[in-house]
Design a protein around this ligand. Structure first.
Ligand SMILES: O=P(O)(O)OC[C@H]1O[C@H](OP(=O)(O)OP(=O)(O)O)[C@H](O)[C@@H]1O
Ligand SMILES: Nc1ncnc2[nH]cnc12
Length: 191
């Protein structure tokens, strides 16, 4: 669900967040409209508003785990975790975590990728929020949900700053709710 349809209708922070995201056409390959959140991070107020919206939403949901998806989920997740009094668990690409891991493969547009999580990072029954910058097909978040559920975690919700149109239907999010702040803008400065 989009934040604007869920209590934040007309909230000027959402428009500011949308406008702070740079849209770069044809990155990393032709035809992709890349949603670049690094420009949002340059704007302290808007960056803080982004984190605060998530913190306000999850403050009273008894979340003890914030799981961030590599790489850009790492930019938002730790701040949210600290504000909630929760632990932060990194979900990393293959071969990056030094300890014993469990892995979940997922489909990309072309080929597959994989996310890994340290065994022992979360305990059965812990309530988790999964955070990333963008959801497009939902494949990445679905793998994240599977990882957490394999060790008995309860995924309360997945949260993203941006939801691409492909998100509609949410069919690949394993039945878990998805909370999105803004839709992508189509273009900034084309070609
Ligand atoms: O919903 P999906 O279709 O799965 O796509 C969303 C994922 O794609 C991007 O990461 P990317 O795979 O580019 O990895 P990176 O952050 O390591 O560059 C983005 O940060 C999400 O994690
Ligand atoms: N258009 C896009 N911009 C940024 N990250 C993405 N991940 C998948 N599609 C993306």
């Amino acid at each position: 669900m989009f934040a604007a349809e869920n209590g934040l209708k007309g909230d000027p922070r959402l428009q500011a967040i949308s406008e702070a995201i740079r849209v770069l056409p044809h990155f990393p390959k032709p035809g992709i409209m890349f949603q670049d959140i690094t420009t949002l991070l340059l704007d302290h107020k808007t960056f803080k508003d982004t984190v605060d919206i998530f913190v306000d939403r999850y403050r009273n949901m008894d979340i003890s785990v914030v799981a961030g998806v590599e790489a850009r989920g790492f930019l938002f997740g730790p701040s949210i975790a600290l504000a909630l009094g929760a632990k932060f668990v990194p979900l990393r690409k293959p071969g990056k975590l030094p300890g014993e891991v469990i892995s979940e493969a997922y489909a990309l547009e072309y080929g597959t990728d994989c996310l890994e999580m340290h065994i022992g990072a979360i305990q059965p029954g812990e309530r988790a929020l999964v955070i990333d910058d963008v959801v497009a097909t939902g494949g990445t978040l679905s793998a994240a949900i599977r990882l957490l559920e394999r060790v008995g975690g309860e995924v309360v919700e997945c949260a993203c700053v941006i939801g691409l149109p492909e998100t509609k239907g949410n069919c690949r999010l394993n039945g878990k709710p998805l909370y999105i702040l803004v839709e992508p803008r189509q273009i900034d400065n084309c070609c």
